[in-house]
Design a protein around this ligand. Structure first.
Ligand SMILES: [Zn+2]
Length: 442
């Protein structure tokens, strides 16, 4: 993979992203239209699903709005028959594939080729440059879900060095080890940490609980690939005394969004695809501040193209204007996934994260890990893995959590707690705090 960075096409793409970031709205639109036409001609001919769909229809793409002539697709449609979405005549074995995580939903496999990888990596280089970061030169820590060799773990070394990068295990952070993690961070002196909210959060939590002034001088913490609540952001930023950069990149790779030096809002890169925010009837949301489902059309994957793909992510639309002068589509925030909501007795959808990551009103001290399970409307069960050893202490803490969550969620929920010995992580190490067994729609 490293050789990818030496390719001429990679360097060209990075340059293109640098140059095109300040394009006018008009220029962006005309670029997007040309990309849309290109992918339309490609899928109509070469991808079975679209081949079939556009057959006998005399459809032409003449303006960006013509995107609506494509059907909306979702994970389920793709999973029914992957070959329908894969370009004809490719050898799957020669392709790169990536399976998206999540412990509850069935994972989706996305195939791609080197051309896609080049553009994907160029995006990373680009958004890092927005913050004056350089992945080749700057010292960094990766705390993301990588496995550390068993030999090291046995010696209580939960990290390994790779050039200017320190890769740390997120699986071994606990009350006993966290001070060692901090010591190692202090010695290594990284400029930034690349992580996902659930991986760095326990570390931030311990720092805050013990009121430590860690003084690590880490400029940025980059959260990527995981929804982040305001409560989590505040606690992470305060504990590390660093600025948090939240990157939106859904795992299927069609859209990338980043904040800038002027705002925390997300700028969705128009060079990679088209974002639509749709209501439950599939109608476009155009009012600022309104939320809807993010539907993605990617320009970069010609092997397994995703056009009008329902991501399951809920985005809040913002005015497309920023002081940084990028004329990009903007989102105030990504509020989480549809499956991250819980249903109360009156069948209202309630976002769970703001309640459980509300550190002003409750403390999770003594809780090593937790997971919330919903099987029935109006009832949630909090599974708790606790630090305390005595049964009385466990009982007391479990009662406290039940009371506090009950207060936060209100009387339309029946809250139960259950102390467990172990909690399962999903395959790629992503820790999902909610196991929503009910089927939800927007
Ligand atoms: Zn900006």
């Amino acid at each position: 993979m490293n050789s990818l960075y030496n390719l001429g096409s990679f360097k060209k793409r990075v340059k293109f992203l640098q140059k095109s970031q300040y394009w006018s709205e008009k220029k962006i639109s005309s670029y997007q239209l040309s990309q849309l036409k290109k992918i339309f001609n490609h899928v109509k001919k070469n991808v079975p699903f679209y081949n079939e769909f556009f057959k006998k229809k005399n459809i032409r793409i003449e303006k960006l709005e013509d995107l609506r002539k494509f059907p909306i697709i979702d994970k389920k449609i793709i999973q029914k028959d992957y070959n329908q979405f894969l370009v004809k005549g490719v050898n799957k074995k020669k392709l790169i594939h990536r399976t998206t995580g999540g412990s509850t939903a069935t994972p989706l496999t996305v195939w791609s080729d080197m051309n896609f990888q080049i553009k994907d990596k160029a995006n990373t280089i680009h958004y890092m440059s927005v913050f004056n970061l350089n992945i080749f030169k700057d010292k960094s820590v990766r705390l993301y879900g990588d496995k550390i060799p068993k030999k090291l773990i046995e010696k209580k070394i939960y990290w390994k060095k790779e050039k200017n990068k320190l890769i740390m295990s997120c699986y071994h952070i606990n009350r006993k080890t966290f001070r060692t993690y901090i010591k190692v961070l202090k010695n290594f002196k990284p400029k930034y940490i690349h992580t996902r909210a659930s991986a760095i959060f326990p570390l931030a939590k311990y720092i805050s609980e013990d009121n430590l002034n860690v003084n690590l001088n880490i400029k940025y913490i980059i959260n990527d690939g995981e929804y982040l609540t305001l409560g989590q952001r505040t606690l992470i930023e305060n504990s590390f005394n660093s600025k948090l950069i939240n990157i939106y990149g859904h795992t299927e790779g069609a859209l990338v969004g980043y904040p800038c030096n002027k705002t925390k809002k997300l700028h969705i890169m128009p060079q990679n695809g088209i974002i639509e925010i749709l209501d439950k009837r599939g109608k476009k949301i155009s009012k600022d501040g309104k939320k809807g489902e993010i539907v993605a059309t990617g320009f970069n994957n010609y092997i397994f193209p995703l056009i009008r793909y329902k991501t399951g992510d809920i985005g809040v639309k913002s005015k497309n204007y920023c002081l940084c002068k990028r004329n990009y589509p903007m989102l105030t925030e990504v509020e989480g996934r549809i499956q991250d909501y819980i249903i109360d007795k009156k069948k209202n959808k309630i976002p769970l994260a703001p309640a459980i990551f509300n550190y002003n009103d409750m403390s999770w001290k003594g809780v090593q890990e937790f997971k919330i399970l919903q099987k029935k409307i109006g009832i949630i069960t909090v599974l708790l893995k606790l630090e305390q050893k005595s049964a009385t202490e466990k009982k007391k803490l479990s009662k406290y959590i039940k009371l506090k969550i009950g207060q936060l969620l209100g009387k339309n929920f029946n809250v139960k707690t259950n102390v467990v010995e172990k909690l399962k992580k999903s395959k790629i190490g992503k820790y999902r705090y909610l196991d929503q067994k009910l089927k939800l729609n927007l």
